[in-house]
Write a new protein. Sequence first.
Length: 126
Amino acid sequence: MTDALLAIELLVAATRWQRDSLCAEPEYVATSEWWFPERGESADPAKAVCARCLVREECLDYALTEGIDVGIWGGTSARERRILTTGRKPASPALRPLCAGCGGRLPKGRQAPVCTDCEHAEPRAA
């Protein structure tokens, strides 16, 4: 049994609000891949179901309270729940400057033009 199917079985067997959720209905349980999309796959089908669900707020509250970091809960992805929890978006490596020495990303907050590895490296012979 996959993790997705196990999670959905637990969802169906849980509390009243979970039994009243749209995703617990047979037509949606059969589409378990919707609730646990792989990286790069769309979460839109699951979020569309969540948008019509009467217990969406309870579901989101449960995911936030329990720290669930996989799947779509209450119409949100794990990343969206992290943003809700921390109040800010995670730092994007693409926004950090490049090291002048090796070309890698500089650590967050580093003001020097090179990373600490390049800073301590022996100068290259020309």
